[in-house]
Design a protein around this ligand. Structure first.
Ligand code: PRX
Length: 659
């Protein structure tokens, strides 16, 4: 399906929502008066002096050496704060400890089985130093890549910060990804060490991670060592000389490791994300600009104060966790909550219990989670005292107004501003969001570009579209935490983000702007799906399907889903002689889950004898999407009925005629 057709379909749906949605929520006066940012002049200030604005934000960090230039912009390559030197772990830890803030809690951590740990800034500092020395002891040097594949346990941020201390870029791979996905990411980044755990807890069960690492390592020659945290105590195989237990290696190290003085533009980390091809992209973030962006937006959007208890309920394996569980909050000396498991274990009150236990004042979660809670009903939240909350955030996908209102009323007690934050792995930090002390919010709208962010909505020719019309979201000026490239592939970087509209960054999203200048995000307009806030490419899933030798061809589309935003719907042509039995549908769904990870498990597989294609062979996804929408989601496998087959054949014929 072409971007244009996709955009037209999304515009129709979004305009309907917009026309129905008139509610507005100005900032509560008592919130506005105390807010970190409550003077709208900030927008003007940033727009008229972009570099001055970002330089001011950057000076909130500790630099060993000040920068010589704020921005060097050779489109599409940006360099921020060139000449400046800093260390991320020092900004997150040492400077707070030195300023007398070492006893403050950095993380209240809670495991799914109910075990708990509290880490102060000093504890975290000491652990990070030990872990950094452990990496050095294994020969890891500045510039070497380290893969991290872990559950949500304290050793995960410790491992990341240890990497930053010695200047070794990390490559965190979400623990829900398969061994194949892990191997691909390790190979692309040429990591030397993997840090993992025996396993983690999910829905009351210990799932294995080390076992996946072992499988991956059969195909990853660059890896020399594996460090394993004992989390579940399950049986694991340890290879002599290669694999080391964290508890043997780390505690015996010294608690001081001299931090590397990193250049502002040194690589901080790689994080792989799905694009429109089968090969995930290694999004490259650097040091000074990234930290400036995340610390600044964390302070502004979440209105962070010294005594807040802040909880971002994402997984650190995604960019939300990198920026808003680890780097933004720690730079701002925030007390955070970190939780290992699922929201409904042992029952759907778990999250609300956590909010009550720690007195959480700010919570940040995905619309999918809100919709799941809506489905379970408000009674679980009502069992708990949520009066400590003062601000709510969402991220990862468009939020439907009903979910926004439910969150506002049932979780926020009607008194907390809601910040719907739009951004991406590539942007590094929040780009479009209310500032809770300034912005009048509207359910379903991410409202305004942040200060220092120059956004627009344009048509196919790159011209701004009038108010209310759908178009492509673009960003017109560089920003400090922008990706610096796709690892090892500058051409793909240019082609993916900068070629569609010359001189503008194209994130792949559709949007509309209303008469107040508020942005309404309409979802992806390319072949990227957003399932429960997780980004997956249709082609990635198609190639996992055709990897099964019984499959001749496959086409995948995202179909709207009440709970997960989009659900994965697969059209599969089997090789001749293979029977389209329901069990095969199940096996294929499982196969995709095994190849990519459980998050990619298709919701439904439909066997069909044909796929609608243009004469040049492009699959007509729009038609498939229409067909998918017309199918009930009861069974997970269906056989295309004659009506569908006819529709497909008809479409293919007329497309061929058109060309
Ligand atoms: O389509 C947009 C959607 O998520 C995509 C980015 O996915 P990822 O890189 O995995 O990062 C997710 C967390 C930042 C975007 O291109 N998206 C993210 N936030 C929103 C959103 N769509 C609408 N509204 C949002 N608030």
């Amino acid at each position: 399906m072409s971007d244009t057709a996709n955009l037209a379909a999304k515009t129709r749906a979004a305009i309907e929502t917009w026309m129905l949605e008139h509610r507005e929520f100005p900032p509560p006066p008592e919130f506005a008066v105390q807010a970190n940012v409550n003077d709208p002049a900030v927008y003007e200030r940033a727009a008229t002096d972009l570099e001055g604005y970002w330089a001011e934000e950057a000076s909130r960090l500790d630099w060993y050496r000040p920068w010589d230039t704020v921005l060097e912009w050779n489109p599409p390559f940006a360099k921020w704060f060139e000449g400046g030197q800093l260390n991320v772990s020092v900004n997150c830890l040492d400077r707070h400890v030195q300023a007398g803030g070492g006893d403050k809690v950095a993380y209240y951590w809670e495991g799914e089985p109910g075990d708990r740990k509290t880490l102060t800034y000093r504890d975290l500092h000491d652990e990070v130093n030990r872990a950094a020395n452990a990496l050095k002891a294994l020969g890891v040097k500045r510039g070497d890549r380290v893969a991290i594949y872990m559950p949500m346990i304290p050793e995960l941020p410790i491992a990341m910060l240890a990497c930053t201390r010695i200047g070794a870029p990390h490559n965190v791979v979400f623990g829900g990804f398969s061994s194949d996905s892990l191997a691909d990411r390790i190979n692309d980044s040429q990591a030397r060490v993997v840090i993992t755990a025996d396993g983690g807890y999910r829905r009351g069960k210990a799932s294995g991670l080390k076992v996946n690492v072992d499988e991956a390592l059969a195909h990853t020659p660059s890896i020399e060592h594996v460090i394993v945290v004992k989390r579940t105590g399950q049986d694991v195989t340890m290879v002599d000389g290669r694999d080391l237990w964290w508890h043997d290696l780390v505690p015996r190290q010294a608690d001081w490791c001299e931090p590397e003085r990193m250049e502002s533009e040194d690589m901080l980390y790689l994080l792989y994300t799905s694009g429109t091809t089968a090969k995930p992209k290694g999004i490259l973030h650097t040091t000074g600009g990234y930290l400036t962006g995340v610390a600044s937006t964390h302070r502004q959007v979440f209105d962070i104060k010294e005594n807040d208890i802040y909880w971002c309920a994402a997984d650190i394996g995604w960019v939300t966790g990198h920026s808003y569980i680890v780097y933004g909050p720690l730079t701002n000396h925030t007390t955070g909550v970190m939780y290992e498991g699922t929201p409904d274990w042992p029952d759907p009150a778990r999250w609300w219990e956590i909010i009550e236990r720690y007195g959480v004042s700010i919570v940040y979660m995905a619309p999918t989670a809100i919709r799941a809670h809506m489905k379970w009903g408000p009674k679980y939240a009502e069992q708990h005292n949520l009066s400590s909350l003062r601000l709510l955030g969402t991220v990862g996908e468009p939020i439907n107004p009903e979910a926004w209102i439910w969150y506002h009323d049932h979780i926020g007690g009607g008194r907390c501003p809601v910040v719907d934050t739009w951004w991406q792995t590539e942007t590094g930090c929040i780009m479009i969001s209310p500032l809770p002390g300034i912005t009048t919010t509207k359910p379903g709208s991410a409202t305004k570009p942040m200060p220092g962010v120059d956004a627009d909505v344009v048509n196919d020719r790159g011209e701004s579209v009038p108010v209310g019309e759908g178009g492509y979201l673009v960003l017109k000026k560089p920003w400090p935490s922008m990706l610096r490239g796709i690892y090892g592939d500058p051409e793909r970087y240019k082609a993916t983000y900068w070629s569609r509209f010359p001189g503008m960054y194209f994130p792949g999203d559709g949007a509309r702007r209303d008469g107040d200048g508020d942005y309404w995000l309409m979802g992806r307009v390319d072949d990227v799906m957003n399932v429960s806030g997780h980004r997956l490419s249709t082609t990635e899933i198609e190639s996992a399907l055709v990897d099964d030798k019984r499959v001749a061809e496959a086409a995948v589309v995202g179909r709207e889903d009440e709970l997960t935003g989009e659900a994965i719907f697969c059209f599969v042509i089997l090789k001749s002689g293979v029977d389209a039995v329901p069990e095969l549908g199940e096996e294929l769904r499982q196969h995709v889950a095994t190849k990519i990870g459980p998050i990619a498990r298709p919701r439904q597989v439909m066997f069909t004898p044909d796929l609608p294609k243009t004469r040049s062979g492009k699959i007509m996804r729009r038609l498939l999407r229409d067909i998918a929408v017309g199918r009930p989601l009861g069974d997970t496998t269906t056989l295309a009925d004659t009506g569908v087959v006819e529709l497909i054949r008809e479409a293919t014929r007329s497309a061929a005629d058109d060309e």
